[in-house]
Design a protein around this ligand. Sequence first.
Ligand code: HEC
Ligand code: HEC
Ligand code: HEC
Ligand code: HEC
Ligand code: HEC
Ligand code: HEC
Ligand code: HEC
Ligand code: HEC
Length: 485
Amino acid sequence: MSKATRRSLVVISLGFMMAAVGMAQKTTPTSMSEVSLECLECHATETAGIYDQWGSSKHYRGNIGCYECHKAEAGDPDAFEHSGYQISIIVSPKDCARCHEKEVAEFDESHHAKAGLILGSLDNFLADIVEGDTNFYGGSALTVSGCKQCHGGIVEVNDDGSLAATGWPNTGMGRVNPDGSHGACTACHQRHAFSAEQARRPENCGKCHLGPDHPQMEIFEESKHGIAYKAHEDDLNLGGSKWVLGEDYTAAPTCATCHMSAVRTSSGKLVPVTHDVGLRISWNNRPPASIRPEVSDKKLGLEKMAKVGWEERRANMVEVCTVCHTGSYVENFYEQYDGVIELYNSKFAKPGMAFMKLLKENGLITETQFDESVEWTWWEIWHHEGRVARHGASMMAPDYTHWHGLYEVAKHWYSKFIPELREIADRSLHSDDPQIVAGGKKLTAAIDELLARPEHAWYTGNLSPEEQAKRKAAQEEFKSRYGKD
Ligand code: HEC
Ligand code: HEC
Ligand code: HEC
Ligand code: HEC
Ligand code: HEC
Ligand code: HEC
Ligand code: HEC
Ligand code: HEC
């Protein structure tokens, strides 16, 4: 944009004084404030990118200028004087709440708001200690540029009001702000357009929801829903000021459609947009074994959500699905999904957790995390492969459910985890310490007991005769089609 057009934008903004705004905002002003016009005097050229992005935003059209967002009180921890006014760089959810109370309240009740509270997790031990050192302002440079760019860092203020490199730049989801609030609305609404359209697109969630431990983006791309999105992107009315599934589009769902956006249900009810991404999911598939979301919400101190049972949340999601599918189709899907969760939980996750507990309680491994091979093996089984299988099943991506998921779980379970447990058990039986010997005996018994279970019996050659006969018949039938070998 040229300097002249920038100037005219300032003038046009005055022309918009009486412009009606599409959305009811108790604070929508009828003209751009004097102070914000002053900001533009310099910023139209000093930060042309920011100025242009803001110029294309609904905020500009609603006369919400630089100062309406960046203004601060003299006593605020991150306030500094700039061109005669107290301002701050951080515009926290608390600041947005002056005009968007509902969205902020919903966000505050969600896991997203708590995403910064990862200190003490095993992943954090990895980033701080195992992969990192303490040479970046006393902490790990990796944690700052890795984990915290998704989860949210702690924004620290230098004495002169500038922001420390330990926590800024950062648009991590659960960022801890100088005013004590949690979250960064810029995690999804990129500045300075702050557009709903951009947030409705799957790539938006894909900054964080991807990779070896939670590949939701890749899963979506593989699924029929992702295929439909790519094919019909232009028919989705993504830029609409209103975006109700069943009214404004039906060609494909995006992440936002299923997890956040408004729906006109088949019975005519309007389900509103929510900024609480926990309201429509009935499992939490992040822990070693899946648990119900209300259980994890209680642990995180999300009081309101702790009272919303998984059945209600599932019913909320079903209202989305049934705009495009029948009730029985969706019901069957959930049975298939629950089946994978039950399989993974009972065959691998719960026994794995019990083994690791037994190792620790009997002193068969050290207190230190990740100094023994078996700890890495178990970590990857549940944190990577086991999650991927569950996420794949939850969002209809068979390759992730199987080849990247339970195939990897089983391969590492039988070819690494069980052999490593055996080795620890055998070593312990030969120890001089009677307590370790006792632990070794317990471990041996536990392995034998597990392997005697019907779902593991194949490994010791003890598949039941009926199952063996069934497999053999199927094999022969298959061979007759595909040649002799
Ligand atoms: C007299 C010119 C001038 C005026 C008026 C002005 N600014 Fe700035 N502002 C600047 C310059 C120059 C910078 C630094 C740009 C750079 O580093 O590239 C800046 C930086 C900033 C920053 C970032 C600070 C940082 O350290 O990252 C914010 C936020 C900001 N201005 C907001 C405002 C707001 C809000 C107003 C109106 C209340 C305003 N400015 C008025 C010139 C001005
Ligand atoms: C709707 C609220 C809002 C409005 C309006 C707004 N900003 Fe911002 N601005 C933000 C947010 C949010 C951030 C990022 C800080 C954060 O994540 O808390 C930011 C960051 C900045 C930064 C520092 C980041 C960078 O990329 O250098 C500057 C400079 C800035 N804004 C200037 C402006 C100017 C100039 C205007 C007016 C043309 C303006 N802002 C209008 C919310 C706003
Ligand atoms: C002083 C009031 C005010 C503040 C502060 C404010 N907004 Fe807004 N915001 C508005 C108004 C008014 C609109 C509606 C404009 C319209 O519909 O034309 C709006 C619209 C929006 C939209 C919808 C845009 C679209 O494409 O439909 C988003 C997203 C948004 N704001 C996010 C934010 C975020 C994030 C912050 C804090 C960083 C923030 N706002 C701070 C007043 C404000
Ligand atoms: C690419 C962005 C990204 C990076 C980098 C990242 N995470 Fe995550 N993390 C996520 C997402 C997204 C989830 C939620 C996944 C889901 O819902 O399936 C998550 C989940 C978690 C959880 C589980 C939280 C819960 O309540 O169940 C912990 C703990 C965690 N991450 C810690 C870390 C640590 C520590 C690091 C650095 C070693 C890290 N993460 C790096 C995006 C990231
Ligand atoms: C996880 C991503 C995400 C985060 C974080 C997020 N938003 Fe949104 N927001 C969206 C999506 C997606 C939409 C569009 C919903 C629709 O129209 O279907 C939206 C829409 C909005 C709107 C337009 C009104 C509406 O209901 O459509 C406002 C205002 C808004 N967000 C404010 C905020 C504020 C303030 C924050 C910070 C507390 C925030 N958002 C954080 C994803 C997010
Ligand atoms: C900046 C990173 C980031 C972005 C962008 C992001 N998320 Fe998340 N999301 C996370 C993290 C981190 C968690 C895990 C938080 C925790 O439990 O500690 C999470 C958790 C979730 C959960 C689980 C909620 C629960 O109650 O268990 C859902 C669902 C979710 N995100 C959906 C979305 C959708 C949909 C979008 C896009 C509209 C999105 N996220 C964008 C980082 C992100
Ligand atoms: C067709 C609807 C649909 C779409 C599209 C969709 N999801 Fe999901 N998502 C689901 C369902 C169903 C579940 C499982 C809900 C349950 O457990 O009951 C789920 C679960 C999740 C979870 C919870 C994972 C956990 O750890 O428990 C996250 C995070 C998530 N989705 C993110 C995304 C992201 C990011 C996208 C886009 C890239 C996306 N979803 C697209 C329907 C959808
Ligand atoms: C906006 C419409 C829309 C929504 C909402 C939607 N779907 Fe779909 N879904 C589709 C389309 C289109 C297909 C592809 C149909 C085909 O295979 O021809 C599909 C396919 C499927 C499939 C078959 C997958 C495969 O690989 O054959 C399942 C299962 C499914 N959806 C379940 C769900 C569930 C569960 C929800 C809610 C969480 C949901 N859908 C939400 C449009 C939607």
